[in-house]
Design a protein around this ligand. Sequence first.
Ligand code: PGA
Length: 233
Amino acid sequence: MKNIQTIVVDSKEQGAEKICGLVREELEAGRLHVLGLATGSTMEPVYEKLRASDLDFTNVTAFNLDEYVGIPATHENSYAYYMNHHLFSEKPFKETHIENGMAEDLDAECVRYETLLKENPLDIQFLGIGENGHIAFNEPGTSPDSVTHVVELTESTIAVNSQYFKEGETMPVTALTMGISSIMQAKKLIVAAFGEKKRAALEKLFAGEVSTEWPVTYLLDHQDVVVITDLKL
Ligand code: PGA
């Protein structure tokens, strides 16, 4: 697959190192002005390395992929909180953006976010992959034409992500997410997938056939994708 470069690493720490290297290359070449960020456990070592690095993001605008509906930025499971905690508190950016999951009018919030994305085209977008093949919160069945939208999370995603919520806490089942089309506009996609749980999704990608049931396969239609994984496929 000539649009997809795969880098196989021994560990997620080594993968994180590679991702930092790619970011450094783009930054130093003057090609990184807008960076799309992702959350989840996969990205934690990446942010740890970025925090410890000498990279300067003060001229870079950041956008996040998605956010839960109904929990505020002060909630430790919100993605706004995650980003502040793992990156922004130590690495200042020119501007940071994330969907407002507390907005009164969620549809209007999606339009606002998509407009901002159009005004600030993504140079790089980081992506994790869900066990069910989702990218951001674009669950199986999502249209390739989708832009930022409100989504009802699937049973699979709720089962996987509920581990991060404390006992007695209710996990949101609704979220706001960039759409497939919003993500595909990024010039370069850096996809990280570590561990056996991601094997099925990566196998679908490398099988080379686009399927709505496995949103990760939409990446086959993108021109510049780097997959970083510890899986030998
Ligand atoms: P994870 O989530 O990094 O916690 O595995 C990835 C995703 O669901 O996109």
